[in-house]
Design a protein around this ligand. Structure first.
Ligand code: BMA
Length: 858
């Protein structure tokens, strides 16, 4: 939401204090004249934890076990106070509203000592009409936050609510209570912007713009503006005629030139409508298919001919559909952007920090930039967090990344039989739909995370005996609200969802699918009503299971990898940075730590020390995701998307993320620059089987040229070379050639070679493969020479004697961008890595460490 000149921004430093429940009377603490000079300063937007960390009152909670030391915060009653000056003219036709973008969670709001309302939902904005109690001059605002327990301790508990039984009644980010990648940090406070909104005579309530059709020649954009007069009781008495409201609607290009407009639209029954026709429109595309071009949509409201309100926001002209069938009438699950079926490449997004209110905006920008750098074109905002802040969607709109948006219902039953709860949910849904529906990036609304699927599994195993509480939300309340407020955008009730022939909601033949066979050891396929099975064995959890997955769209799959050294060392007490330390174990919140070990046991072997753990887990994740994603992309005729679980971290832990908490990518991220590249060269191969050489082309142009195959031994000797003509149409996957292992090996052992695919005549990154798993491969010792160019902030690494496996560059600093990292080098081969930091011109390059799994500098 953009503030206007007439609005008064109340963000900034407020005062906070905590009390025991019932210790003080609310009227005393809310009183306009209370002396709060001994209270603690706190930023708004923000949260209590961060305010206390910044002032040294609590220890930084991500260090060691400090999070446990901050648990007392959630048991207190917290108060926020501020005051402001405002000009209020007598008898003016003004309405004043106090707007909170985010209150976490059970708040009572007071203005000048008057209780003006209560809220019970962190996941939406709250607006209070304060016209009658705002004073000309000095005003005071106080907000009381109750401890959550008051609101759930007497409530019914359900059979199922993952990680805590408190959640189902509380409309608060689920991950606050702990998840399998993060600690319990129950936040409290004013987490969104606050402002006093002043409207004179009339206001725009909302603007809804929807691209009805878009082609090269013409686009039609339907715009509906909702407006109402804000006359006060007093001015109504004075006025003889009702105010006449009209609107102008304009679409401007990036230079500010008008490309379409409609003027003097009458507001009838609260609405003005226009269809803008744009000839030769510049459409909004994802960054990989074109330019994410943004126009500006402007709506100006006039009351009796005088401008009283104005909406002006970026708007991307584009259409979006979800195709559930392909041209042949077979099942599909494909996003269609401007009439073009796209392959969705990306990851799942969790809140960018546990302390949501205090996340700096640059963190959103950098995470979206990194996604684009790894060729991702879709992020799924997962249900256990929040409907993200505006800055997240601003970045996705601007950088050309689609958003799959879950409604905030994750892994639990919810009391859909309770009218107050459902009313709360209805307002949350409407509030967020209206806030986000004009976003070009917003591709899909999804009802929940894994609830329909897990309800079936848990009932089949006897863990749940109650009815499907919550079903009405995803199958009735939300679709009804969307029908009214955002009818053109696709809705999908849950993820995963869709079944046929008695299969469960994770059916590969219908809808989207989560693959938790890999890592969690779930046994697939499963029929509805069958007890779920787990296979905790090397074979049960291995990423090789991805190849059995014929999903139409893979919306979750992944595996753990260690965070980077800097991220771990920074947050662990001295002496704890070793494999198997209590602090390392504390970083891992997953159930059954054995899964990671099993995965590595089958692939790299079990690590013996922390360096091996970091390397082995990162290599396993990177190679495992590559194995899965290359498979999903090769079956492109069927599969239309691969979203990795998970993109980012909310604290410095061990998780499935590709980028750790300090915004340092893991190896899988750099692999992603190849496995998510729009033109992918890939080798499909299993030990002893033929080598199948593939080209996958996600672009809208054909690619033509030669596909080179080269086989090298570890000393860099060329064992075998061949070249194949490759002609691959737009948006297709082709197996260009197949050859026997023996032919490519020329008498060598398969564990002694590396295979390289490269393109000639078309642009595609080369891609390298070992033909056997790392635990079977004995790498000779390699040597690295490193040349640092301080001026250009670049580092050139050369391998000597033998191939260097997983060359990594480490700096003791967060947010550093390496143009490449975690790569293999043949002997004699060099790579120059450019380094960059979003805020620093120089970097501590003297502290740079360069190593490989099988070698060091020297
Ligand atoms: C899926 C997600 C998350 C979870 C992840 C890893 O269930 O939806 O709930 O963190 O798997 O277990």
């Amino acid at each position: 939401m953009t503030l206007k000149n007439s609005d008064l921004d109340l963000s900034g430093e407020w005062k906070i204090q905590h009390f025991e429940v019932g210790e003080k009377r609310a009227m005393e603490l809310a009183a306009a004249g209370l002396d709060d000079r001994f209270w603690i300063g706190a930023d708004v937007p923000g949260d209590v934890h961060t305010a206390l960390i910044q002032r040294g009152i609590i220890d930084p909670p991500y260090y060691g076990h400090n999070d446990a030391k901050s648990r007392w915060i959630e048991h207190k009653e917290w108060w926020y106070r501020t005051n402001f000056n405002c000009v209020k003219e007598m008898n003016a036709e003004d309405r004043f509203e106090l707007v909170f973008e985010g209150l976490d969670t059970f708040a009572t709001v007071y203005v000048n000592g008057h209780e003006i309302g209560k809220t019970a939902n962190m996941l939406m904005s709250h607006t209070f009409d304060v016209t009658t109690i705002i004073r000309n001059g000095w005003n005071a605002v106080a907000v009381k936050f109750d401890p959550l327990s008051i609101h759930h301790r007497d409530k019914e508990q359900f059979d199922w609510s993952s990680y805590t039984k408190e959640r189902p009644w509380l409309r608060k980010a689920a991950m606050n209570f702990g998840w399998d990648w993060g600690p319990r940090m129950v936040t409290v406070g004013i987490w969104g912007k606050v402002w006093l909104k002043r409207s004179t005579r009339a206001q725009l309530k909302s603007v809804y713009a929807q691209t009805r059709a878009a082609s090269k020649q013409q686009a039609l954009v339907d715009v509906t503006a909702e407006a109402a007069s804000v006359e006060s009781f007093r001015s109504k008495k004075r006025r003889e005629h009702p105010i006449s409201l009209t609107c102008d609607v304009r679409l401007l290009d990036a230079q500010g030139n008008e490309v379409a407009s409609a003027h003097g639209l009458d507001v009838l029954a609260g609405q003005a409508k226009a269809t803008l026709s744009v000839s030769s429109p510049r459409l909004w595309w994802t960054h990989d298919l074109g330019e994410p071009y943004l126009h500006t949509l402007e709506v100006v409201l006039y009351a009796d001919g005088r401008e009283v309100d104005r909406y002006s926001e970026p708007y991307g002209i584009r259409t979006m559909e979800l195709a559930l069938h392909n041209e042949q009438g077979e099942s599909s699950f494909a996003f269609v952007l401007n009439g073009v079926k796209i392959y969705a490449k990306g990851a799942n997004w969790i809140p960018a920090d546990h302390l949501i209110g205090s996340i700096p905006e640059h963190r959103y920008r950098e995470l979206v930039e990194l996604s684009v750098e790894a060729h991702m074109n879709m992020l799924r905002v997962w249900a256990g967090g929040i409907y993200e802040k505006d800055v997240f969607y601003d970045e996705c709109d601007r950088q050309g990344v689609l958003v799959w948006q879950d409604f905030a219902f994750a892994n639990a039953l919810f009391p859909d039989f309770n009218q107050d709860f459902m009313e709360n949910v209805r307002r949350e849904v409407e509030n967020n739909v209206v806030r986000l529906r004009n976003r070009a990036s917003l591709a899909l609304w999804c009802g929940n995370n894994e609830i329909d699927w897990l309800y079936d599994m848990k009932s089949a195993s006897g863990d749940i005996t109650s009815p499907f509480y919550g079903e009405l939300i995803y199958h009735e309340l939300i679709p009804e609200a969307l029908e009214r407020l955002d009818p053109s955008r696709p809705y999908w009730p849950s993820s995963p969802f869709g079944d046929s022939h008695g299969m469960d909601a994770n059916d590969p033949g219908v809808g989207d699918r989560h693959n938790w066979q890999v890592w969690h050891g779930s046994v697939y396929p499963r029929k509805q009503g069958e007890p779920p099975l787990l296979d905790y064995s090397v074979e049960g959890v291995t990423f090789k299971n991805y190849k059995k997955d014929m999903a139409l769209f893979s919306s979750e799959f992944g595996m753990h990898a260690s965070a980077n050294r800097y991220t771990l060392e920074k947050n662990m007490p001295p002496g704890q940075f070793y494999w198997g330390s209590p602090e390392m174990a504390y970083r891992n919140k997953d159930t059954n730590h054995q899964k990671g070990i099993l995965l590595m046991e089958g692939y790299t072997g079990i690590p013996q020390n922390i360096d091996e753990y970091m390397n082995f887990s990162m290599l396993t994740q990177a190679e495992g995701l590559r194995y899965g994603i290359e498979h999903f992309r090769r079956i492109k005729h069927r599969n239309s998307g691969a979203l990795v679980w998970q993109l980012n971290d909310s604290w410095p832990g061990t998780s499935w993320s590709m980028i750790d908490y300090e915004l340092l990518p893991k190896a899988s991220f750099y692999y992603g620059k190849v496995f998510f590249h729009p033109v992918l060269l890939s080798l499909e191969h299993e030990p002893g089987e033929p080598l199948a050489l593939w080209v996958v082309n996600d672009t809208l142009e054909p690619v033509r040229g030669q596909l080179q195959l080269r086989v090298y031994d570890f000393e860099g000797g060329n064992v075998y070379s061949s070249s194949y003509a490759a002609e691959v149409g737009p948006q297709s996957a082709v197996c260009v050639a197949k050859l026997n292992e023996a032919e490519a090996l020329m008498g060598r052992r398969a564990q002694d070679v590396i295979v390289e695919l490269s393109a000639e005549g078309f642009a595609a990154p080369s891609n390298r493969y070992f033909l056997r798993d790392p635990k079977e491969v004995a790498l000779p010792e390699s040597r690295l020479s490193v040349h640092v160019n301080e001026e250009e902030l670049s580092v050139t690494v050369t391998a000597h004697h033998a191939i260097a496996r997983m060359v990594k560059l480490e700096l003791p600093l967060g947010r550093v961008r390496f143009s490449d990292n975690y790569f293999d080098l043949l002997p004699g081969e060099s790579r120059t890595v450019r380094l960059r930091h979003p805020e620093r011109g120089s970097l501590p390059l003297s502290e740079l460490k360069v190593s490989a799994m099988n070698g060091r500098e020297g």
